[in-house]
Design a protein around this ligand. Structure first.
Ligand SMILES: C[S@@+](CC[C@H](N)C(=O)[O-])C[C@H]1O[C@@H](n2cnc3c(N)ncnc32)[C@H](O)[C@@H]1O
Ligand code: SF4
Length: 380
């Protein structure tokens, strides 16, 4: 059975950060929670028909800034999920939070509502950098939020970014040391990318680190976190033993997921066909779709057989430990010999691990990950 996850998207934030390309908007109305909850419950009732009888292994409430929601709203969302789908006691239920006072005062109640993994968007502990990044929180808030998470949650993640405008190695070292001091089970350490559809895309910030410094910073992040006992298991993902993010792992292992909420994407396998769903991106459009009796989806398309190898590799090759070769057939329903020629060629070239039981990039292949994944775009 293909594992099933649920992703729920809350699209609003206090303000839009200049580097952010996620489907998020400045919160305009105090009634957003109410409208959203009503629509989300309707959407859940309608969407779950697609996966009836299947058990859910992980739930992720992301955004936007879902910690703007009240704990009562989180409780309502999770009871709507439980009403429609079966959740085992081992289910991982994550939620993203931003580090404002308003938010961390609610952490205890989020846990009471059913959240068992919290992910806090810290970005940096340096006040000057937080200002440049247009964040609404300062370093003191970031530390308080991380301390509150450590006190309340056994399993929590901190998101940070490096290669920030004007950042020096010393500043990165300080951020890393501070990030490590809270005892989180997981760290996501992203390199800042300048996305075309953002404020930074239009007005590039000054003093971005050059290629060489960026590469040194990237190596330094990996080495420092590994030395601190974290396993580097995915491009930007670092976990203590047993604490890899099971929700993201399910994406990367080509599992199924329902995507609910504005702009959410889903992947559902139905009688050996793989479908991708896309919800209306604009929140107003999404709400309207649901009021009209729909489930919020604007598109449900079958993945063409020839597109499956690239899709699978785009995900599986992100994982440092790779995947078992048998996962290909389990998740795609297709025989391994469909991609065997390509796998063998890449093994001979030293880009993939030589073991036939594994689909895994070698350290050499890891340097050319995009090219390696693109090899699977074309037929044999
Ligand atoms: C869904 S986002 C937002 C979570 C939360 N709303 C926040 O901002 O704190 C998840 C993470 O992606 C990372 N991220 C967002 N935009 C990025 C960019 N342009 N480059 C690198 N990382 C980015 C940030 O670390 C962010 O915390
Ligand atoms: S980075 Fe987070 S808080 Fe900032 S706009 Fe994007 S989703 Fe919202």
């Amino acid at each position: 059975m293909i594992p099933l996850s649920v992703y729920i998207h809350w699209p609003w934030c206090i303000k839009k950060c200049p580097y952010c390309d996620f489907n998020s908007y400045k919160l305009q109305s105090e009634d957003a929670e109410l409208f959203y909850l009503n629509a989300l419950k309707k959407s859940l009732n309608r969407v779950t028909e697609e996966v009836s009888g299947r058990e859910v292994t992980t739930v992720y409430i992301g955004g936007g800034t879902p910690s703007l929601l009240s704990p009562a709203a989180i409780e309502e969302i999770l009871s709507a999920v439980r009403k429609n789908l079966s959740l085992p006691s081992s289910v991982e239920i994550s939620m993203e939070a931003n580090p404002g006072t308003f938010e961390y005062e609610k952490f205890k109640d989020f846990k009471r509502a059913g959240i068992n993994r919290l992910s806090i968007g810290i970005q940096s502990f340096n006040d000057e950098k937080l200002k440049i990044l247009g964040r609404v929180h300062n370093s003191k808030d970031a530390k308080k939020a991380a301390e509150a998470a450590a006190e309340i949650f056994e399993n929590f993640n901190l998101d940070l970014m490096f290669a920030l405008p004007g950042q020096t190695m010393e500043e990165l070292t300080e951020d890393l040391e501070t990030a490590l001091s809270f005892g989180s089970t997981h760290l996501s350490y992203y390199q800042l990318t300048i996305e075309p559809n953002t404020y930074f895309g239009k007005y590039e910030p000054k003093n971005l680190p050059g290629d060489e410094l960026r590469a040194d910073m990237s190596d330094f992040v990996v080495q420092s976190l590994e030395k601190a006992g974290f396993e580097h298991y995915e491009i930007s993902g670092y976990a203590k033993k047993g604490y890899q993010c099971r929700h993201n792992l399910n994406y990367w292992m080509y599992g199924d997921y329902l995507g609910i909420g504005p702009g959410a994407h889903g992947k559902i396998t139905q009688s050996s066909d793989i479908f991708r769903t896309v919800s209306a991106v604009n929140p107003k459009h999404w709400l309207d779709k649901i009021e009209e009796g729909g489930n919020g989806f604007v598109k449900k398309t079958k993945v063409k057989k020839e597109d499956i190898p690239f899709e699978f590799m785009l995900n599986a090759l992100r994982l440092k430990q790779g995947v078992d070769s048998s996962l290909w057939q389990q998740r795609t329903g297709l025989p391994l010999n469909l991609i065997a020629g390509k796998l063998n060629k890449l093994r001979h070239q030293g880009l993939l691990d030589p073991s036939e039981n594994l689909i895994k990039a070698t350290p050499f292949g890891w340097n050319y990950l995009n090219d390696l994944q693109e090899e699977f775009l074309s037929p044999e």
